[in-house]
Unconditional design. Structure first.
Length: 81
């Protein structure tokens, strides 16, 4: 986890980046809006990097729930005893 090469790591770790995101990572921001997008990608990289580091420390894959992610609600049926 190194902030200096975060852009390269993010491109490797994040599948399905859009062409404008790749261009932004390679060329840098030219406006405040682009800087916000770049900052958003950096925050996402940081989350991925922390998860990878925790997985490496534990030696196994951890399931870390993100409370901000959209998830389908699961309905649990209780059985009558």
């Amino acid at each position: 986890m190194n902030d200096e090469n975060w852009k390269e790591e993010f491109k490797k770790w994040k599948a399905g980046l859009k062409p404008f995101q790749i261009k932004l990572l390679e060329e840098g921001a030219q406006s405040q809006n682009q800087q916000w997008l770049l900052n958003d990608m950096w925050c996402e990289w940081k989350v991925l990097a922390v998860k990878r580091k925790l997985n490496k420390i534990s030696g196994r894959t951890l399931l870390i729930d993100d409370p901000w992610e959209d998830k389908e609600l699961e309905v649990v049926k209780l059985q009558n005893k």
